[in-house]
Design a protein. Sequence first.
Length: 58
Amino acid sequence: MNLFVRLAGVVFIALGVLLAFFTMTTTPPLISQVSSVFYLISVLLAASGVVAALAKLQ
């Protein structure tokens, strides 16, 4: 169970980083309202991944 949660955390970190990367490199650039939402989603994914990767389950 603990390994699964840590693995899910790593997957969420990877998804957050990939989403931010693809948002940054999209051509033509996204409008600022859309890109800010995508950046917010990527930060939330990466942050929840960090919490899951560092979590200690009892």
